[in-house]
Design a protein around this ligand. Structure first.
Ligand code: IVH
Length: 682
């Protein structure tokens, strides 16, 4: 095929496929069979491979994903993403209506819309093409999730017509339809993963995934509701939505112009009745003043517009039977009681389980197996049991005995003073806790062994090949090759076996090998010491420089390190007092993991402080304590933690400990200020 014909064919296929996409996703009226659709897509992919010069990021072939986002870039919102004031009753809505009337008189109308319960996103289009998609974040700064957004078929990659502004943003909500939510959860349960609590969590978890191929398979959807830009050619919100629909955006038909607050109430009641049949979650209705000019007149408070308000639906409640209570052990050993319920429809999804929080909650409700219970689902929360109907209770029912031993490893549970949660203390011997530790160890921010994802490490654990993290470094080619995992395919019900082939095994071993280069601060984080997160691990690593110094440090030395308080210090001490941990660390050391920080000699900028040692204490005005320490090292000085006769300077900030000062005075160590210090190096 010549280039010209190929280009024409590619253009034709792209247009056809997007039209079919639109018919399927936006109008729910497929115009082609799945098989024929796949044939068109395959043909397009084949031509694009043969003629790579016609690659286009906006081609529908790109919707199947493939892009991996290593780290989501942060983007400043051109217009801050505000939230809305909430109301829960018609009285509060009437008060809102009165405030509006007071500001702009009686001549206005409202637009009522669904309040979509998903993940808010801002889509920017430049010259009719999707430029980027950014999450809300903190309202000022969000994550760039463009590559994942591209896989959502209801987000247009190229706009229709030509009447759109050169540059504009449109905001909306990414939601997970109930059908997809139930399918995903079923799949997760079948492979032993915890189900998502609700569609909103699932949608937001999915949008933060690094592999867009998985995002594409999740079948997310996107509804838009707010157009933003300079000099938009519309005078009302309603008109702008109509235009956005013509450009190809999915705008819900469930909206209405209302001339009075009574009409708003009617809309709310009407949607309240249809809520369960929408196919996705909403948590209320948004009421907006329609005219842009009147919106401007009303303006904003610090957090939200005065021209709009959200009416939130009350939590829905149903009654069902409590079949049994099971106890789950989390990765940290925390025990969560879970109610297994007779399946019941609630706010559009089927609820089979509900959280019971802890022993206190069970005691308070005096909840018993076999009881009829009331289950409630609020906007954001996992369904919970709010009450018990004791009139159905059998004479023979008995109060529930909370477990005393771990359901996974039978260790006696502990409950610390003042805490509501029971814990299994068997950190190194309780299967879910070990699995949690292993998963944490290989995770991206820790040892980054992604060739050994969650599923594979679980398999190795189940087969007894990996019992703790040090075993990872003893894995052999022969023991990995041919390992099998059996999955059940949810759609067909058939079983599927995944077998470790040569390539997989090679990748796993390469990934493990590469992890030997991971720097000490990440290794320390990867060990999973309780309360030692990424930042704390960095502080400890750079303060103590190596694992030996850290493992010998006592309480006083530990709390000298910046940001280390009582809880972390005790947790570190406990960790190194545990002989199993020490044994494991020895094995990891033999496996050549990095156990000391690598001083970057390129960092050295001068020799001005050569041979001088400093103790740094207190708070400084120009630099943080860590920055000061870095300056000392960069100028070839040495930082020590305790004042001794060998110390040259005590660099004293504000609120420095009085013992340090008196010790320095006694030993005649020079006490200098931040300014004195800066004079030494600048
Ligand atoms: S309008 C300036 N319309 O709810 C405010 N928001 O609680 C613009 N939401 O931040 C927002 N459905 O994330 C608007 N039809 C709708 C909405 C909606 C859901 C979300 C949105 C907003 C939050 C406020």
């Amino acid at each position: 095929m010549d280039k010209q014909t190929a280009k024409e064919q590619i253009d034709y296929l792209r247009k056809q496929i997007e039209l079919h996409n639109e018919a399927y996703y936006k109008n729910s009226a497929p115009t082609i069979s799945d098989f024929d659709f796949d044939m068109l897509l395959e043909e397009l992919i084949r031509l694009e491979n043969d003629f790579p010069e016609y690659f286009d990021l906006n081609s529908p072939s790109q919707r199947i994903g493939g892009a991996i986002t290593k780290e989501f870039q942060q983007v400043i919102h051109k217009y801050p993403m505000l939230s809305l004031g909430n109301t829960y009753s018609f009285e509060e809505l009437t008060a809102f209506d009165e405030r509006v009337k007071k500001a702009i008189g009686n001549d206005f109308e409202y637009v009522c819309e669904l309040k979509f319960d998903g993940l808010s996103v801002g889509l920017t289009y430049i010259h009719g093409k999707l430029f980027h998609a950014v999450t809300r974040g903190d309202g000022l700064l969000g994550d760039d999730v463009t590559m994942n957004a591209r896989t959502i078929k209801s987000i247009p990659l190229v706009l229709k017509g030509s009447s759109y502004p050169d540059e504009f943003e449109i905001r909306g909500e990414i939601v997970l339809p109930h059908s997809s939510f139930e399918r995903i959860n079923q799949e997760r349960e079948e492979i032993g993963e915890l189900p998502f609590a609700n569609p909103r969590n699932a949608a937001s978890g999915t949008m933060k995934m690094q592999d867009s191929t998985i995002v594409a398979k999740r079948r997310l959807d996107c509804y838009l509701y707010h157009l933003l830009g300079e000099k938009l050619p519309f005078s009302t919100h309603f008109e702008s939505l109509k235009a956005a629909k013509d450009w190809g955006f999915q705008i819900s038909d469930f909206k209405a112009k209302c001339k009075s607050i009574n009409e708003v109430f009617e809309f709310i009641n009407d949607i309240g009745e249809r809520r369960d049949s929408l196919g996705f979650d909403i948590d209320g209705i948004v009421v907006k003043v329609n005219s842009f000019q009147q919106q401007e007149q009303l303006g904003f408070t610090a957090k939200s517009p005065r021209w709009a308000i959200a009416y939130k639906f009350k939590a829905e409640r149903v009654c069902t039977k409590l079949l049994s209570i099971s106890f789950q052990v989390g990765r940290t050993g925390a025990i969560t009681p879970v109610a297994n319920l007779e399946p019941v429809a609630l706010a559009g999804t089927t609820v089979k389980r509900a959280s019971l929080h802890n022993a206190d909650q069970i005691g308070r409700l005096d909840i018993r197996e076999g009881d009829m219970v009331f289950v409630e689902k609020g906007g954001e929360i996992i369904p919970k049991i709010v009450d018990v109907d004791t009139s159905f209770r059998s004479l023979f029912s008995e109060p529930l005995q909370y477990i005393t031993h771990c359901p996974e490893c039978n260790t006696l549970l502990i409950r610390k003073d003042g805490e509501a949660i029971h814990y299994c203390p068997n950190e190194n011997g309780c299967p879910p806790q070990i699995k949690g530790k292993l998963e944490h160890f290989i995770s991206r921010k820790a040892m980054n062994i992604d060739s050994l994802g969650e599923g594979k490490i679980e398999l190795l654990f189940d087969k007894g090949l990996v019992k703790d993290i040090s075993d990872i470094y003893e894995l052999k080619y022969e023991s990995l090759l041919g390992l099998e995992k059996v999955f059940v395919d949810t759609e067909s019900g058939k079983t599927r076996t995944v077998r470790f082939q040569e390539k997989t095994v090679e990748n796993i071993l390469n990934g493990i090998n590469e992890s030997r280069k991971v720097p000490f601060e990440k290794v320390l984080f990867a060990l999973g010491v309780r309360f030692v997160g990424e930042t704390v691990a960095k502080k400890l690593a750079f303060h103590f420089k190596n694992i030996d110094a850290l493992s010998c440090a006592d309480y006083d030395l530990l709390i000298e390190c910046e940001e280390i308080g009582e809880v972390i210090a005790n947790s570190v001490i406990d960790y190194f007092n545990n002989s199993q941990n020490i044994e494991m660390l020895l094995k990891l050391r033999k496996a050549n993991l990095q156990f000391s920080v690598v001083e970057d000699h390129n960092l050295i900028k001068s020799n001005k402080l050569k041979e001088f040692s400093f103790v740094v204490s207190g708070v400084f005005s120009h630099f943080s304590r860590d920055q000061i320490k870095q300056l000392i090292v960069e100028n070839s000085g040495k930082v020590v933690s305790a004042v001794s006769s060998k110390t040259n300077f005590l660099l004293a900030g504000e609120n420095m400990g009085p013992e340090k000062r008196s010790k320095a005075e006694k030993l005649k160590v020079s006490i200098i200020s931040e300014e004195d210090f800066l004079k030494m190096i600048y």
